[in-house]
Write a protein that binds this ligand. Structure first.
Ligand SMILES: *Cc1c(COP(=O)(O)O)cnc(C)c1O
Length: 368
């Protein structure tokens, strides 16, 4: 990518040929007339998936593979690990990823080492002993940022790969491959798609062998993306730079205001100097993102009450949409380790004062 990312997002993956539409249309096809190099869309993709992969790949100067969901992308990366493999993962990875890891452990396939993502030395030490470092940065839901430049550059056991779930950062706020990571994964359901209207996922690598291997596993698992989802992901991604810029500016402003609100006991946003990984985030990220968590003073029931009282902010689980959403994370089965009063907040692109007014009324009305 020679253009700046915000220009690339608007200009790449389009035709300039006279008479062609500016946008690659959604191609709805499994089968193609022979003779052709593109036989079947599960193995060879379509024009629409090619355009999506070019668009997202260029953002990280990598080859991209598009998937039907973020979990399909994650599964294809994790399932390359052979029986007997050791992996280092964060303490609270995305719950779907945690589920794959638990299954692998229960079957006796893998040994999983769960590390505090803020403990950089633990990751440096693990790199000498494990077959995969799987990082998720910023991490769900304490928004912990891993020191990616240091961890990716650490000496590793032969064959050890570093993979980063970079969903919360987007390709705009960090490029882990630049630091030496081998694989980056995004749930493009979130900020890349940006409109809460699709599921999709992306895997990026600069290693041709890994690319071929993941492409092969994608066709074996049938983890391909459909034509409509690929089209909508591109359409959403065209405005990602605008959305992320606005949403993260809103997030910083709201984090600062929440920090001095009497009904709030803690705000977790990497852009705040009070965040445990603020210095690390500042050292290499180009933006702090639009994800934060905060704890309300009082009980878990109060946190649920706040979510229910919001009138503008949606009480919904997912994130990265143009609209603000929030959710009490401990209410999710399997997330009982999360503080009961913690609300995860995906800040959207609405006017910041309107979001603030909604938070204020929801907090004021809630029973403490
Ligand atoms: C949503 C999410 C996933 C899973 O992606 P899906 O598109 O829902 O399958 C993985 N990692 C993170 C950090 C996510 O937020």
């Amino acid at each position: 990518m020679t253009q700046s990312p915000e220009t690339w997002l608007i200009s790449a993956g389009r035709s300039r040929a006279p008479g062609d539409p500016l946008n690659v249309p959604p191609v709805f096809a499994s089968n193609f007339n022979l003779p052709t190099d593109r036989l079947y869309s599960r193995t060879d993709g379509t024009e629409t998936t090619d355009a999506l992969e070019l668009l997202i790949g260029g953002l990280e100067d990598a080859r991209a593979l598009a998937f039907g969901s973020g979990m399909a992308a994650a599964a294809v990366v994790l399932h390359r690990l052979p029986v007997g493999a050791h992996l280092a993962v964060p303490e609270d990875p995305y719950h779907g990823v945690a589920g794959i890891l638990e299954e692998g452990e229960a079957q006796g396939r893998w040994t999983v080492h769960r590390l505090d993502q803020a403990d950089t030395q633990a990751w440096i030490d693990a790199a000498l002993n494990v077959d995969l470092l799987w990082l998720e940065s910023p991490e769900n839901p304490l928004i912990t940022v891993a020191d990616l430049p240091t961890i990716c550059a650490a000496p590793r056991k032969a064959g050890c790969l570093v993979a980063v779930d970079s969903t919360f950062a987007t390709p705009l706020n960090q490029r882990p491959l630049d630091y030496g990571a081998d694989v980056v994964m995004h749930s493009s359901t979130k900020f890349i798609g940006g409109h809460s209207d699709l599921l999709s996922g992306v895997v990026l690598t600069r290693n041709d062998e890994l690319y071929e291997e993941f492409a092969h596993r994608r066709l074996l698992y049938g983890a391909s993306i459909g034509g409509m989802e690929a089209f909508l992901t591109i359409r959403g991604a065209r405005t990602m730079a605008l959305r992320v810029e606005r949403a993260q500016a809103n997030a910083l402003e709201l984090a600062q205001r929440l920090e001095s609100h009497p009904a709030i006991s803690r705000v977790l946003y990497p852009g705040l100097p009070s965040h445990p990984t603020h210095q690390v985030a500042k050292s290499f990220m180009t933006g702090f993102g639009a994800m934060m968590s905060f704890e309300v003073a009082g009980s878990g029931d109060r946190a649920t009450d706040v979510c229910n009282r919001a009138e503008l902010i949606f009480h919904a689980t997912s994130l990265g949409g143009i609209e603000s959403t929030m959710e009490r994370r401990a209410s999710i089965p399997g997330q009982e380790r999360i503080p009961p009063t913690l609300i995860r907040f995906s800040v959207g692109c609405e006017n910041v004062d309107d979001i603030w007014a909604d938070l204020q009324q929801a907090l004021a009305g809630s029973a403490s």
